[in-house]
Write a protein that binds this ligand. Structure first.
Ligand code: DHE
Length: 549
């Protein structure tokens, strides 16, 4: 983080962006305030509004707009949020009045151009703690590592590995600032994490106590990571390579899958697919690894293009560039793992990409700001294979038919639209498992604190909500009086019998991981302890390896 801070400051100073007060009413910022506000903006706002503030999931915040809106307006929005998903930073007590005033003033100035990063700079961060030849050739413990759960402890810069069978904590790994996601390697042996600060970590689950064996930082702002999952004729590509998708610098980076040595940077700045306007900050959003080809499917957010990147020969990368839709965000495979479904969330659409023919197939309007995570796949008695998504801006879970061969009349059409109770959207993630009759849905970003603490269970056949679970109330009934927070990211165990979910509270208080019995929809186990701080995403090794969701 320090390098980032210094780089930003240097960039800001060299560009002379610390503006004096203008007659037009642009409030003053001292160099110290600029430095602080730049970091706060990066931590809280850049993910949605972009480093250059040109907008994506959130609106553009360039000075031509912010100066017109004025200081009071900006402060009100930052304090109270919006129904469209902007957090109420002030009301939640995350930002103080002073900080809100600072950020609002900062927004009225030109954004500083953030620094770039070369391969040589990445290598300064690169560390191999245990080289591949010194790693065990079989697990050094007797635990069922395929049912391990990786749990992000976001604001304490760590991740936890918990045994899904016994529910016992196996290991806590220091990963650094705000890990965003876990992905599993093709064999499942390694967990890979990526932090918002662009730091990737490789965790070996076969060590007696699972721990990181390598790490590297490849950008200043990142959200995605994946590995080579193609089992070639001789298992050639499994765990050989990894890829990180960066928000800033806008790029993706190829890494050695065993050591995380950075190998190649590919710039993703590009022209928008429709109007052909140049976008400097063309960020990499979701990435999925193909199981049937040595390829990754990479979403380039602002230009609205999907890149199919063939990694067979990393020195001669082949890439298909597919026009899709603007503001691509998260997405996942359909049941057959041939079609990639990705949210163009500011266009209220899901885009379907055929990874075999390598072309755009369809786009489907599903609701306001679809946010699937990786989505939920199952076979419906009437519609056949379907894939479902929740929404940030509307209270529905939408399901799309995904079988163009046997159920062509339903393919790429909205076949189910399940209404969630209560107003507004706020769903971040939906999840299911082939062995379960249910889809579990969260409501983490609802404006209503009660809804933020609920989960919904949808019956796959009737496509109706059959249960609303008030997670915190259920915990109270079980005697857990002090646990509170938003509920986020339902995740099945490998057998499809349990659903694990995080209670995402404040950093200064432990919360809990709550394990539900999928059949009874009742709490089966509460995992808590001093280490359970700000848990967010939970990832099962087996389901993540095989893309079962
Ligand atoms: Fe995420 C997935 C980006 C906010 C937790 N998030 C993703 C993906 C992207 C993304 C591009 C897809 C990765 C992939 O599949 O390769 N997330 C962003 C943002 O830009 C955004 C909106 C704002 C930001 O500032 O980062 C954002 N995300 C959040 C959160 O606030 C969450 C709840 C907690 C956190 O870590 O900050 C959060 N995002 C997650 C999780 C996933 C994810 C748990 C993976 C879901 C899965 O099941 O695969």
């Amino acid at each position: 983080m320090k390098l980032f801070k210094l780089g930003l400051l240097a960039g800001a100073l060299s560009l002379g962006v610390i503006l004096p007060a203008k007659a037009g009413g642009v409030p003053k910022l001292t160099p110290e305030e600029m430095k602080k506000a730049t970091q706060m903006y990066f931590d809280r706002c850049a993910g949605c509004h972009g480093m250059l503030r040109k907008g994506a999931t959130g609106p553009a915040l360039t000075p031509d707009i912010t100066r017109q809106r004025g200081l009071k307006y900006l402060k009100t929005i930052i304090t109270n949020g919006t129904p469209g998903g902007m957090p109420d930073w002030g009301r939640q007590g995350i930002l103080s009045k002073k900080e809100i005033d600072l950020i609002a003033r900062y927004l009225m100035h030109e954004p500083p151009e953030p620094p770039l990063m070369s391969l040589a700079e990445m290598k300064k961060w690169w560390k191999v703690y245990i080289p591949p030849e010194a790693r065990p050739t079989k697990p050094q413990h007797k635990l069922n590592w395929k049912n391990f759960m990786g749990i992000i402890l976001r604001d304490v810069g760590k991740v936890a590995i918990v045994d899904g069978d016994t529910k016992k904590l196996v290991s806590i790994v220091d990963t650094g600032f705000a890990v965003h996601i876990f992905r599993s390697s093709g064999t499942g042996r390694y967990f890979l994490t990526i932090g918002r600060d662009g730091k990737a970590t490789l965790i070996d689950l076969w060590l007696k106590k699972p721990d990181k064996v390598a790490e590297v930082k490849v950008c200043y702002d990142a959200r995605s990571i994946d590995t080579s999952k193609y089992k070639g004729p001789k298992g050639d590509y499994m765990d050989k390579l990894a890829i990180v998708g960066c928000y800033w610098p806008p790029s993706f980076v190829l890494l050695d899958g065993q050591t995380l040595e950075p190998l190649k940077i590919i710039d993703t700045s590009d022209y928008t697919w429709d109007t052909n306007e140049y976008v400097r900050e063309a960020r990499v959003a979701s990435i999925v690894a193909s199981h049937h080809d040595p390829e990754w499917i990479v979403s380039n957010k602002e230009p609205g293009k999907v890149l199919i990147v063939n990694y067979k020969d990393p020195t001669n990368i082949k890439m298909h560039l597919i026009d899709a839709e603007r503001f691509l965000h998260d997405g996942g495979w359909d049941l057959s793992k041939r079609y990639f479904l990705v949210a163009a969330n500011m266009r209220n659409k899901i885009v379907v990409i055929d990874s075999v023919e390598k072309k755009f197939v369809a786009e489907v309007e599903t609701g306001v700001k679809p946010h699937p995570g990786r989505g939920a796949n199952f076979v419906h008695p009437r519609f056949g294979p379907v894939w479902c998504t929740g929404h940030l801006g509307s209270n529905n879970v939408a399901c799309i038919g995904t079988d163009p061969v046997n159920r062509s009349r339903y393919a790429w059409k909205l076949v189910g639209n399940v209404e969630l109770p209560g107003p507004g959207g706020g769903t971040l993630f939906v999840k299911t498992h082939p062995k379960s009759p249910h889809i579990w849905v969260d409501r983490t970003l609802s404006a209503d604190p009660k809804l933020q603490r609920q989960l919904y269970v949808i019956d796959k056949d009737s496509l109706k909500v059959i249960k609303t679970v008030n997670v915190i109330e259920e915990l109270r009934k079980k005697g857990y009086k002090n646990i509170d927070g938003r509920v986020v990211h339902p995740e099945f165990d490998m057998h499809g019998k349990e659903v694990w979910v995080s209670v995402w509270g404040r950093k200064d208080k432990p919360t809990a991981i709550v394990v539900f019995d999928d059949k009874t929809m009742k709490i089966k186990k509460v995992i808590t302890g001093d280490w359970v701080r700000t848990p967010t995403g939970i990832f099962n090794v087996y389901t993540t390896t095989h893309d079962v969701y």
